[in-house]
Write a protein that binds this ligand. Structure first.
Ligand SMILES: *Cc1c(COP(=O)(O)O)cnc(C)c1O
Length: 415
């Protein structure tokens, strides 16, 4: 029987080859790997001998995590990176050249937008931000120099849901890859490959790790894009040697090696620990978030709740069609104004105010003056962020206790 995702997760830390019968892959806390002969080392470097030479390129603890993440997404392979920002930067730098163009959804993670419109612009790469939940906006924006389409499965923080199969068809027609950031959903709720995504990127710092203990990222090639026929000449050089692995080989042995974007073995170990319970945790995260959204939707002190899994939400039908109704665990609430939003946050006792998501603990933040403070108001509104808005990452506590805390903080607002 083929191993189910929950079984792959439960066995996440099992070593391929145990030296002493250990049941957890050790942390290979070593910078380099020595060989018996000069010839072996030369063969290793030139790919004629399997093995490891330097941990900036690969390390057995990291391979363990990479193989798990690739298997869970039905991918060809995976490269673990220092953070998701490192993963996205590496993909963009690997694929785009000065004069090239990329299209990204405008309601996505602020750091990604800043990377695209500021940092990549310094290198002559142009980014067009569009409301990608309407596929026509993307179609209209494609130029002969467009080299990738980038969306999040569910935008953080705008919580919009792009029509991934329609975008995949569009990308296919244009001969360019569709890159999907699946951080908010994880493979436990949705596999982007199943609807045509070519590359999947993750912040492992969030739900995958699950406990807020390590920053990490991942790049997965789903194997759907034909790199030998694409517009990426840098990948045409050795297709006969790497075949379908051309992208992964080029990313690991050239781009990530040169950028130094490797993930440390200890962080791979921590993330792999979290991975063991991913499906179980995601089920509970989603259940709690759905209950909380329903509870808040009818609360007098709350103007509006955004959660794509909530009946009546703009993306409810699409979420049902694409993800079977599972909509992650991030929700946004709009209160009377900024003052009330601050009072609500300061009144919370159990729920922590923190900028991350995907922790076992429920977390809340007012995004406008914190994670997105460097964007001007117009940009923030395009990102779906207003001054009356609070984002909540729903954790794993019993729902009654999350609800009790939210209720006592909201009830103070009336006074
Ligand atoms: C957190 C996050 C990122 C950045 O991840 P890091 O691991 O912190 O670099 C990118 N995209 C989304 C959707 C995120 O939530």
């Amino acid at each position: 029987m083929r191993r189910s995702p929950a079984t792959i997760q439960a066995h996440a830390t099992m070593p391929d080859q145990a030296l002493w019968g250990e049941t957890v892959t050790p942390v290979y806390q070593t910078t380099a790997f020595s060989q018996r002969s000069a010839q072996d080392l030369a063969d290793l470097f030139q790919g004629r001998l399997p093995g490891y030479n330097y941990s900036r390129i690969a390390n057995p603890t990291c391979t363990n995590l990479e193989q798990n993440l690739a298997a869970l997404d039905d991918g060809l392979g995976c490269i673990a990176t220092a953070s998701e920002m490192a993963a996205i930067a590496a993909v963009a730098i690997g694929l785009l050249r000065s004069g090239d163009h990329l299209i990204a959804a405008n309601g996505i993670f602020g750091g990604t937008i800043s990377l695209f419109v500021e940092t990549l612009a310094w290198m002559g790469i142009r980014t067009e931000l569009v409301d990608a939940s309407d596929t026509q906006n993307v179609e209209r924006t494609i130029t002969p120099r467009t080299r990738m389409i980038f969306v999040e499965t569910i935008g953080n923080p705008r919580l919009d849901v792009p029509d991934i199969p329609a975008l995949a068809a569009l990308a296919r027609k244009a001969g360019i890859p569709l890159v999907v950031d699946n951080t908010v959903m994880t493979s436990a709720l949705f596999k982007p490959k199943s609807l045509g995504a070519d590359i999947v990127v993750y912040s492992a710092s969030k739900f995958i790790c699950g406990f807020g203990t390590a920053i990490g990222g991942a790049i997965i090639d789903t194997g759907l894009f034909d790199w030998s026929a694409g517009p990426f000449e840098q990948l045409h050089k050795s297709p006969e040697r790497n075949g379908p692995y051309a992208f992964l080989a080029y990313m690991r042995n050239v781009v990530c090696r040169n950028l130094g974007s490797c993930l440390a073995p200890w962080n791979c170990f921590l993330i792999n620990q979290g991975l063991q319970t991913l499906s179980m945790r995601m089920a509970r995260h989603v259940e709690n978030a759905s209950y909380l959204a329903e509870y808040l939707a009818v609360h007098k002190a709350v103007k509006r709740v955004r959660y794509p899994g909530l009946p009546g939400d703009r993306f409810y039908e699409r979420t049902r069609r694409l993800f079977g109704g599972k909509a992650g665990a991030i929700l946004c609430i709009h209160l009377a104004d900024r003052q009330k939003a601050f009072e609500f946050l300061d009144g919370l006792k159990l729920i922590k105010q923190a900028p991350n998501i995907g922790d076992s603990k429920t977390l809340a933040i007012h995004p406008a003056p914190t994670i997105l403070w460097q964007f001007d108001k117009d940009q923030r509104i395009k990102m779906g962020v207003t001054d009356d808005m609070v984002r909540i990452s729903v954790g794993l506590e019993p729902f009654e206790q999350i609800c009790e805390d939210v209720e006592q903080a909201l009830s103070r607002l009336a006074r």
